[in-house]
Design a protein. Structure first.
Lengths: 114, 113
């Protein structure tokens, strides 16, 4: 089992550019979560998928953010027209809903918007 | 909005000392989890507590869930430099239909040799 992987690990972009992050969950995990973590804070929930369906979105997820999980496996998180306030660590987690759910986190993608 | 407050925010101790980290909320959670996070990495689950009053031990770490399921504590006995890291508590919000984790602000622990 290779765990949750995220790419890229680091991304530096200029304000106004679009960026896309990828998350590959643990094989056969049916739920996938996205979180954002700013410096000195705990992660904050952004959105989650049950298989390919996006079932919940946080108010933190502005119109510039979009997430997909087209085949119920990997997921992408796109941020359009990035702003400096988008600078953060973006974490992905996956889980298999059997009994007590446990989310396994990836290493994150650290975004810096200049 | 459910909030989890952790204290202390930062703790610097010598190897061999004991410490306790607190996680408090005015909200009830269906379960509470403790994670440890290393710099540049994602959080790693240490334990999940589900029942009010539950106590779980993981080697030198002891976790307790409050009777009312609103608070929790993490106690480390004889801390070692390898315990250094960011400790996060996370509550599973009630009645959401999924595991909506609300994270605390974290406690950064530094254990010096």
């Amino acid at each position: 089992d290779t765990g949750v992987s995220q790419n890229p690990r680091h991304k530096i972009t200029k304000r106004g550019q679009n960026v896309t992050f990828r998350c590959d969950p643990i094989s056969e995990h049916n739920r996938l979560y996205w979180y954002r973590q700013t410096l000195g804070q705990g992660p904050e929930f952004l959105t989650y998928f049950q298989n390919e369906a996006q079932l919940e979105k946080s108010r933190l997820l502005s119109d510039r953010f979009s997430a997909e999980r087209p085949k119920g496996s990997f997921s992408t998180l796109e941020i359009q027209r990035t702003e400096q306030g988008d600078s953060a660590m973006y974490l992905c987690a996956s889980s298999l809903v059997v009994g007590l759910e446990t989310q396994y986190f990836g290493p994150g993608t650290r975004l810096l918007v200049l | 909005t459910q909030l989890l407050e952790q204290s202390p925010q930062f703790l610097s101790i010598q190897e061999g000392e004991n410490l306790t980290v607190y996680c408090n909320s005015s909200s009830v959670f269906s379960s509470l989890q403790w994670y440890r996070q290393e710099p540049g990495e994602g959080p790693v689950l240490l334990v999940t507590v589900v029942t009010g009053g539950e106590v779980k031990k993981l080697k030198r770490l002891t976790f307790q869930f409050g009777d009312a399921r609103k608070d929790s504590s993490l106690h480390i006995t004889a801390a070692q430099p390898g315990d250094t890291g960011l400790y996060l508590c996370a509550g599973d919000a009630l009645n959401t239909g999924f595991q909506k984790l609300v994270f605390g602000t974290g406690t950064r622990l530094l254990v010096s040799p």
